[in-house]
Design a binder for this molecule. Structure first.
Ligand code: A2P
Length: 286
């Protein structure tokens, strides 16, 4: 190789290395009580949905189904939003499934992250979509719309869920086919997983519906429950408070309507302090 070309390549490498070093240099100090983590994977599904993974701090513990506050190191006082952790509590990394809101204070910037970037995460996880907030039961219904599937992505990868419930029904309603892909890939992975695959094969049902594009099952989960179609499709009796439990995650309106229906079946809302027959968490971010 001619000498000049070699030098050009060497120069290019130096420039790349310098740019990388500059990119790593934080512009703002990391706020107290916050971990600064590195993005390890980003996957865009549609112009509204994407998934990302970050490194997990050694000291960070959480229960499958909990959420954490996420932000970016782009201001002295960064904007934080609640994100359900989509990976199970035993995973080495942390996964999140996010909406992209045009002009959203956080997601407008978050949707542009790339591998190697820094994401901030407050140290304390919390949340009610945890097995501990439910009384024991036979069947667990997980109702989700859009990115509301995230906490269930964590819970269906946790063996404890299958120890506690003989049957797990995950419902996911989206606008169109492309929005279902995250959940479909997730369930396929779970079925192949050496830790939980065998449990999931025998105990997990994935029930998908669409509202704005043709699909074998159409309609909002709320309407399908009210009409009885949902139970007929699954070959199950209507929800029975003696043995059925529920978890709900989606938009504010979806939570309100689904909660109302579960209460109509006689289920009672629980919390970490007072476990009962269903729990609710909003998955709305901007
Ligand atoms: P629809 O298309 O009829 O609005 P979004 O992305 O807007 O949160 O919607 C995700 C899915 O949740 C869509 O299929 C949407 O149906 C559905 N959905 C919206 N509101 C409700 C609700 N109140 N109850 C049940 N499903 C809902």
């Amino acid at each position: 190789m001619p000498r000049q070309q070699n030098e050009d390549i060497a120069m290019l490498n130096v420039e790349t290395a310098t740019r990388a070093a500059v990119a790593q240099e934080p512009l703002f100090p990391t706020p107290a009580g916050v971990f600064a983590q590195t993005v390890t994977k980003v996957c865009h599904y549609t112009d509204r949905l994407f998934r990302f993974r970050i490194t997990r701090p050694d000291s960070f513990r959480f229960r499958s189904g909990e959420f954490v506050m996420i932000g970016l190191p782009n201001a002295e006082q960064p904007v934080f939003r609640a994100y359900s952790i989509a990976s199970p509590s035993w995973d080495e990394e942390l996964e999140f499934f996010s909406i992209k809101v045009p002009d959203g204070p956080l997601t407008e910037h978050l949707q542009k992250i790339a591998v190697g970037d820094t994401v901030l995460m407050r140290r304390k996880p919390t949340g009610t979509l945890v097995n501990d907030a439910l009384l024991p039961g036979k069947r667990l219904y997980m109702f989700s719309t859009g990115t509301g599937i995230a906490p269930f992505a964590s819970l269906i990868r946790d063996p404890e869920t299958y120890e506690k419930f003989a049957e797990v029904v995950l419902t996911h309603t989206c606008r169109d086919v492309a929005e279902l892909k995250y959940g479909q890939d997730l369930v396929a992975d779970v079925l192949r997983d050496p830790l939980v695959g065998e449990f999931a094969a025998g105990q997990l049902t994935h029930y998908t519906t669409l509202t704005r594009e043709p699909h074998p099952r159409m309609g909002r989960i709320t309407d399908l429950m009210v009409s009885g179609q949902f139970f007929a499709d699954l070959g199950l009796p209507a929800i029975d408070p003696a043995q059925d439990r529920g978890m709900i995650c989606g938009s504010i309106n979806m939570l309100r309507d689904t909660k109302h229906i579960l209460e109509g079946f006689g289920l009672i809302e629980g919390s970490n302090n007072a476990p009962a027959s269903f729990v609710v968490e909003k998955a709305f971010v901007d």
